[in-house]
Design a protein around this ligand. Structure first.
Ligand code: HSE
Length: 306
């Protein structure tokens, strides 16, 4: 095999209470990439469609993660990368992760899969760090492993795959404003009150239990973020109205997707999700902010070959 085309999915990081550790994978939103073996050594980005991004491998997240992999693997060939970007950079649904993951997944396949998923996550984190100035894996891990994931530690990297309850549907609204992850991280306090920490780790624990037991009521009570959301929600117009509308129309929970501006809701079943789509659409349709809205099942497979 000398060439493959892949689908690299969008993801929702943090999942309210799990800042930098929890994430889940989306189904029908993602980038496509073509990776090709070449006799010319190195990483060469030959095509980028959708959004303007740098072609120099050292300045492109897909290039940086690919360079990290080939530095380790030392293959006797090089690779060309074509990126068909559908996820807008700075949207909050793992745009940089999709690029970072796509290149390392594709190259690994073409090399005969010398690396496991955790090792691929490690290489992809180098690309993510270029975009956000921080090596976190809460978008990368669900893109590679699929479903819900917990990043137990980044050093050494340890990823725990979590179960996905049946019939869970995500609704994502993406207001067309850009929030850079680095800026949204700079906003956060370095220390938090003990009482907030207690609430947050209680919610993380109960959320994990809810995923294991398919307890939708407990899931709903756990999707609360008292640490990060109070700061970042101020950057997202109409966040509180969207959250209230989603919860009033049956969403189990609603919070900021990654570092925003996208807002995710988790719903039990397609019918509830459709009502949430309509309720949220009504709020943003009354504003002059352009937006996109998606409904997606949880993608339990993760990145895949097309
Ligand atoms: N955990 C990260 C953050 C996800 O919220 O900053 C965005 O890359």
């Amino acid at each position: 095999m000398n060439e493959i085309r892949i689908f690299s999915p969008a993801t929702v990081a943090n999942v309210s209470c799990g800042f930098d550790v929890l994430g889940f994978c989306l189904d029908n939103i993602g980038d496509e990439m073509v990776i090709r073996k070449t006799s010319k050594k190195g990483i060469h980005i030959t095509k980028i469609e959708g959004y303007e991004l740098p072609f120099e491998a050292e300045k492109n997240v897909a290039g940086v993660s690919a360079l990290a992999l080939i530095e380790d693997a030392q293959p006797d060939c090089g690779f060309e990368i074509e990126i068909y970007k559908h996820i807008k950079p700075g949207s909050g649904v793992g745009s940089s992760s999709a690029s970072a993951v796509g290149s390392v997944f594709g190259i690994n396949e073409l090399l005969g899969k010398p690396y496991n998923k955790t090792e691929l996550t490690n290489f992809a984190m180098k690309g993510e760090a270029l975009a956000s100035q921080s090596e976190h894996a809460d978008n990368i891990a669900p893109a590679i492993f699929g479903g819900f994931t917990l990043v137990k530690t980044v050093s050494p990297l340890e990823i725990i795959q979590l179960p996905t309850p049946h019939n869970l549907v995500a609704v994502i609204i993406h207001p067309q404003i850009e929030i850079k992850t680095a800026d949204a991280r700079a906003l956060l306090p370095k220390e938090i009150p003990l009482q907030d920490a207690i609430t947050q780790w209680s919610n993380v624990g109960s959320l994990i239990h809810a995923l294991h037991t398919s307890d939708y009521e407990l899931l709903s009570k756990s999707l609360i973020d008292v640490v990060v959301e109070p700061y970042r929600s101020q950057l997202i117009p109409h966040f509180q109205s969207v959250r209230a509308a989603a919860l009033n129309h049956g969403a189990l929970g609603c919070g900021i997707s990654g570092s925003g501006p996208s807002i995710f809701s988790l719903c039990h079943g397609e019918a509830v999700a459709q009502k949430v789509v309509e309720a949220i659409t009504n709020i943003y349709a009354k504003t002059d902010i352009p937006f996109e809205i998606y409904k997606s099942e949880i993608n339990t497979e993760g990145i895949k070959i097309l």
